[in-house]
Design a protein around this ligand. Structure first.
Ligand code: ADP
Ligand code: MG
Length: 243
């Protein structure tokens, strides 16, 4: 089966710092992959290379059959196929919630306003925020903002969703509502790669957990194995911090 995403021998350095050192990773359709690892291990950089926010030094990145690491590829064309949510600063503060959700569909994909807003309102209704459509993001809680950021990321029906520690900046009581939405998307078959520190959530939702240490995939497999019974000492050491 064709992978939705495939990284082959990916290297990335910032000056003398080698951040990704030979990453091989394939993500299947409908698969949810959780990237775990200490701060600085390269999780965000890996996600950013997929979205072409960082250009790689060596290797290849394929989205379906397209080599998106080819320097001639237009970043915009790739980004319109991938939804992304970061830790914070996801929403445009000067746009209403509905305009945030419909922006990419209208201006990147050229979907007519009425149609984009119809789908946008449907998505907001689905996360219980239909009545916030005309509000500005600062009127929403952090959890509501992140849920809007997620529906904005899927409003264009991307082939792949990248989530980078989307609950790290939230108050603990707001984490659950955001993770519930990610779980819903998984159940609908969305292909997701997410960096996370939420081990219980990774165990519950991920099909595969990938442990990254200093830019290398040390160990990967089903959550019950990697999170409960890891083989590699470095994985054990890392997980010991969470118990
Ligand atoms: P993680 O998300 O796992 O915490 P990152 O990918 O953010 O890790 O960072 C990995 C390493 O790359 C860190 O040492 C970080 O300082 C470095 N790094 C990330 N982005 C840049 C950048 N734009 N310039 C220089 N160094 C960077
Ligand atoms: Mg990070």
């Amino acid at each position: 089966m064709t992978a939705v995403l495939r990284l082959e021998g990916v290297y990335k350095a910032f000056g003398d710092t080698e951040v990704l050192r030979g990453i091989d990773l394939a993500v299947a359709e409908h698969e949810v992959v959780a990237l775990i690892g200490a701060s600085g291990s390269g999780k965000s950089t890996l996600l950013r290379t997929v979205n072409l926010l960082e250009r790689i030094d060596d290797g290849r990145i394929l989205l379906r059959d397209d080599d998106i690491s080819d320097p001639r590829v237009r970043a915009d064309a790739v980004r319109s196929r991938i939804g992304v949510v970061f830790q914070h600063y996801n929403l445009f503060p000067h746009l209403s919630v509905l305009d945030n959700v419909t922006l990419a569909a209208r201006h990147v994909q050229g979907v007519p306003r009425v149609e984009a807003e119809g789908r946008g309102r449907e998505l907001l209704a689905r996360i219980g925020l239909a009545d916030k459509a005309k509000d500005y993001p600062d009127r929403l809680s952090g959890g509501q903002q992140q849920r809007v950021a997620i529906v904005r990321a899927i409003a264009t029906r991307p082939e792949l969703l990248l989530l980078d520690e989307i609950t790290s900046a939230l108050d603990p009581e707001l984490v659950g509502e955001v993770l519930d939405l990610v779980r819903d998307l998984k159940n609908e078959g969305t292909t997701i790669v997410m960096a996370t520190h939420e081990m219980a959530f990774a165990r519950d939702v991920a099909d595969r957990v990938v442990f990254l240490d200093r830019g290398v995939i040390v160990e990967q497999g089903p959550p019950e194995r990697i999170l409960v019974d890891p083989v590699e000492p470095r994985t054990r050491e890392f997980l010991a911090r969470f118990t």
